[in-house]
Design a protein around this ligand. Structure first.
Ligand code: DC
Length: 231
């Protein structure tokens, strides 16, 4: 079973690329950022202050988060994210949830709860899992590990386009500043900071289309398969 880990900062193009790779190789796509966002949404709704870490960990341990893969009839439809009985696919992209997901994801107990679920998801199927700590912590045994990045300007530009498409037009300077703040927190936290995993291949997506990045990863996966079959 092929396991592909894609890590990197926000706006590097991980989701688009991971979805393309999963579709082409017949693997299950798992967006771990959506899980941290779903917990952040539940925390927001329950109005739990950030200092109440035990209550936040309790939410991460007890909420039901489920991904619904697009059906074969609609292969290009977006993956749906469910929090309990509610479809929260769009809600978890709200700017307030985006902001809160970073401090929520820095809480060790939240990470422990979600990492256990992520490993479970990859136990019996081949996956393309994307996040910040997939190659370093969640699935360090992944056959293909990629650290995908892009320049801060390009990442802010992409995020603005994405937000505008979702009905949240934003100022690029504000988005860049918020991204820089989140990156700083995600990369310097003590538990599972964002960093390239040992054995990962670094891809800078500036000047490359998502399709070109996906092709590189697909050929890496195929050469691993090839090596296995000749051993
Ligand atoms: O990739 P994203 O923007 O949807 O992630 C939301 C937040 O969750 C972001 O601040 C980083 C954090 N995250 C994490 O700490 N570990 C992961 N594996 C995935 C996301």
């Amino acid at each position: 079973m092929m396991v592909i880990a894609i890590d990197g900062p926000s706006g590097a193009g991980k989701s688009t690329v991971a979805r393309m790779v999963a579709k082409r190789l017949g693997l299950v796509y798992i967006d771990t950022g959506a899980m941290y966002r779903a917990v952040a949404l539940a925390v927001l709704r329950a109005q739990i202050p950030m200092e109440h870490t035990e209550d936040i960990i309790g939410i991460a341990e007890n909420v039901t988060i489920r991904f619904e893969q697009p059906s074969a009839a609609e292969p290009n439809a977006a993956q749906q994210v469910w929090l309990g009985n509610e479809n929260v696919t769009d809600r978890i992209r709200d700017p307030a949830v985006t902001q809160l997901s970073s401090p929520v994801s820095a809480i060790g107990g939240v990470r422990a709860a979600l990492v256990a679920r992520q490993r479970e998801m990859a136990r019996s199927v081949g996956v393309v899992m994307e996040g910040r700590d997939i190659g370093t912590v969640v699935l360090p045994w992944a056959e293909v590990k990629v650290f995908l990045t892009a320049s801060p300007q390009e990442r802010a530009r992409r995020r603005c386009t994405e937000l505008a498409a979702k009905g949240h037009p934003a100022d690029i300077a504000v988005v860049a500043a918020q991204m820089a703040e989140r990156d700083e927190r995600d990369s310097t936290r003590s538990d599972s900071p964002l960093r390239p995993a040992d054995g990962s291949v670094l891809i800078d997506s500036d000047g490359l289309s998502a399709c070109e990045v996906a092709e590189r990863i697909i050929s890496m996966a195929r050469s691993v398969e090839c090596r296995c079959s000749t051993e």
